[in-house]
Design a protein around this ligand. Structure first.
Ligand code: NAD
Ligand code: LMR
Length: 368
């Protein structure tokens, strides 16, 4: 090539280079539309703030039944990050909050007071979750749902039945958020064994209430020098299972975990969005439709997250004898809570008037 041809090639290359260096949409990470339902609440507010700072959120919709949603949105919107933020309140605005959403996070509902179990919240929260998910089925049927509202062991089966009845149920897209149990396990075990809480891995499987929360200490990585004595195992398991109650009692009637839960929900939502954006090997814990344990059609375990939600439910691995006993012990309670939720969604409010709904209505196995 003569020198003028070389110059022309160089000019063209520089021009193309400049085009490719221009900060265009191609250079931005993919962005998603995310809604928080219950955004004015104890979890909803800090969760909304954390999601505003999530680099994968393009648009943040903050919905609540109370008008404060608009104020929370105005407040959060001043944080200089990518997500455009809007507030919505009341059932009339719910369709606008949901339409086009990629991910819907649901912390709407009442929290526990001292002396209550999570199941005591069923009476109020079951209907709230049913109605919100009915709207999701209608206005964003392809969205991934992250259910936080308690009792998670029942609200997730409720959501599944509502979506199934609407003909839009995709088990890969429905997840109960159990990440706070995992955070607690990481914190309590690393405190007890002088390990790094930010890099420790402690699987927590089962469900999200009392004995249904089963930490698998035998699979802790790194495994602590000298292991865990039987007494340590029992004490740590008990603390992880009752971490929620510890906070409820410390707050003495003012609610349950909100800040740690917001951190957990934001971290989990971010992982879901990373999977949706095409990142590989995103593995977190969630309460999902599962065939890992016969008789328990929903179960919390590690799951691999991908473009359309749960790509794979990861197996339980080898359990210690104590963990095998723990798994056996939870079966009746977790199975009953799953049936109670499914029955409620199928039968409407009739089940609420029965003293023992789970026993009265035998539900066919879910996900069959
Ligand atoms: P909160 O009372 O502070 O906030 C709940 C919010 O939900 C309120 O702003 C309320 O107005 C709103 N709300 C009620 N009904 C609604 C509806 N139909 N549509 C939209 N919004 C509605 O309670 P919180 O402390 O934020 O807890 C919320 C729920 O999360 C509780 O059920 C609690 O038990 C549960 N929780 C779950 C976990 C978990 O690990 N999964 C952890 C902590 C709390
Ligand atoms: C938690 O684990 O903190 C939540 O489920 C709230 C509760 O009622 O304990």
């Amino acid at each position: 090539m003569d020198s003028s041809a070389n110059r022309r090639v160089a000019t063209l290359a520089a021009h193309l280079g400049a085009i490719h260096r221009t900060p265009t949409a191609a250079h931005k990470p993919p962005g998603f539309t995310v809604a928080v339902l219950g955004a004015a609440g104890g979890i909803g507010q800090p969760l909304s703030l954390l999601l505003k700072r999530c680099p994968l959120v393009d648009e943040l919709r903050l919905y609540d039944v109370v008008p404060l949603a608009a104020g929370v949105a105005a407040d959060v919107s001043h944080v200089n990050s990518r997500a455009r933020t809007r507030g919505f309140h009341g059932p009339d605005q719910l369709p606008h909050a949901l339409s086009g959403c990629d991910l819907v996070v649901i912390p709407a509902g009442v929290p526990r007071k001292p002396g209550m179990t999570r199941d005591d919240l069923f009476k109020i929260n079951a209907g709230i979750v049913r109605d919100l998910v009915t709207n999701c089925a209608k206005h964003c049927p392809d969205a991934i749902l992250n259910v936080i509202s308690n009792p998670v062991n029942s609200t997730v089966p409720i959501a599944a039945e509502v979506l199934r009845a609407a003909g839009v149920y995709d088990p890969k897209k429905l997840m109960g958020v159990t990440h706070l149990d995992v955070m607690r396990a990481r914190t309590f075990v690393s405190d007890a064994k002088a390990l790094d809480p930010t890099s420790i891995d402690v699987p927590v499987v089962g469900g999200h209430a009392g004995i249904t929360i089963l930490p698998l200490l035998s699979q802790c990585k790194p495994f602590p020098k000298g292991g865990f004595s039987a007494g340590e195992c029992a004490a740590l398991t008990d603390r992880i299972q009752n971490g929620g109650t510890e906070v409820v009692e410390a707050k003495a009637g003012a609610g349950s975990a909100t800040l740690s839960m917001a951190a957990a929900a934001a971290e989990f939502a971010h992982a879901v969005l990373r999977g949706m954006a095409g990142e590989r090997n995103v593995v977190e814990h969630a309460f999902v439709e599962s065939t890992l344990v016969p008789g328990l059609p929903f179960f919390a375990s590690k799951v691999k997250l991908g473009r359309s939600g749960v790509e794979k439910v990861v197996g339980l691995g080898k359990l210690s004898d104590a963990e095998k006993k723990g798994l056996q012990a939870m079966k009746s309670e977790l199975g009953g809570s799953i049936r109670k939720g499914a029955d409620f969604a199928r039968a409407g409010t009739a089940v609420l008037t029965s003293p023992k709904p789970a026993a009265r209505l035998a539900a066919p196995a879910l996900g069959a």
